[in-house]
Structures are given as structure tokens and as C-alpha cells.
Design a protein around this ligand. Structure first.
Ligand SMILES: [Zn+2]
Ligand SMILES: [Zn+2]
Length: 154
């Protein structure tokens, strides 16, 4: 739980540093995506005229298989400019755990890739096109029933 003691916050900015277990994120581990590290946070909360402002950084590591070439990938996800604002503060403690979790989940990629320009696998022979070039794309299959059609001048 990431909580801010509001009595203290009224007097001075409050630094919040630590980790939360990966299970906090509620992501079911799979071959496509697993959370590899705890969620690390380094935040500063300060009192502002109409509420409280929490700013700082969150990060964690994920792993899985690349959505195009299936290679194992590890990535650090980071939001270095987390910014949360709270008005309607409770009496004693402000629990920001849920909001930090939501911000952390926003960092998850829709499709994990080993690199943005991953070339993936050849759909015909399965070669990893990042590591080798296959001859599939350059030489059309002569036995294909379509190759005869290709030669017709339509
Ligand atoms: Zn890849
Ligand atoms: Zn190929």
C-alpha cells in the first residue's frame, strides 16, 4: 500500500520510495507477458492550495515473447513523469495505491515487440527475418497454382 500521512503533508513535502509486489498489477503471467520485477516508485507528495499533488517516477520490468518473431524479450517500463492530483482529501491518510497501479498498467504494451522494427517470421518458411534472409519472398513458388495466372496478361 502506498499511503500518505496528511498531517505530515500539511507541514512539508513527503517523499515516498519503495516497491510494491508485482501481484499488485493483477496481470496473469503468460508466455506472452510476465511481470518480472516489483513495481518501483519514487514519488514526492506536496500540499497545494486545493489538494495534494503527487509526482515522480514508477518503473518495472516485463518479459515475454515478441509478438512478431517470438524471441524472448525483456523490457523496463517507466513513467518518469507520473502526476496525480487529489482534491477532497480524506482526514488522515491518502491511499494512492489504486492510482499508481492504474498508471503502471497504462505502461503495458498492446503488443510486446523485441524492437519497433522487428521483421518477424517469414510466413512461408518460419525463418526469423531479423537473423537471416530466406529466399521465399524473392522467388515466387513455381509450383503454385497461381504462378500460371500471374503470367497471364490480363
Ligand atoms: Zn521480434
Ligand atoms: Zn521464408
Amino acid at each position: 500500500m502506498i499511503k500518505i500521512h496528511l498531517g505530515l503533508l500539511a507541514k512539508q513535502p513527503v517523499d515516498l520510495e519503495g516497491t510494491e509486489p508485482a501481484e499488485l498489477l493483477g496481470v496473469q503471467p503468460s508466455s506472452a507477458l510476465t511481470i518480472l520485477s516489483p513495481l518501483t516508485y519514487r514519488l514526492t507528495a506536496r500540499s497545494v492550495s486545493n489538494g495534494a499533488l503527487v509526482e515522480g517516477e514508477i518503473s518495472y520490468r516485463i518479459g515475454g515473447s515478441c509478438g512478431r518473431c517470438l524471441e524472448e524479450v525483456e523490457q523496463t517500463l517507466r513513467n518518469a513523469h507520473l502526476c496525480l492530483f487529489y482534491d477532497n482529501l480524506p482526514e488522515e491518510e491518502l491511499d494512492i495505491t489504486d492510482d499508481v497501479r492504474e498508471e503502471a498498467l497504462l505502461l503495458l504494451p498492446m503488443n510486446l515487440l523485441c524492437s519497433p522494427d522487428c521483421r518477424g517470421l517469414c510466413p512461408q518458411c518460419g525463418a526469423n527475418l531479423n537473423q537471416e534472409t530466406c529466399s521465399c519472398t524473392s522467388e515466387p513458388d513455381q509450383d503454385s497454382p497461381w504462378s500460371a495466372l500471374d503470367q497471364l496478361q490480363l
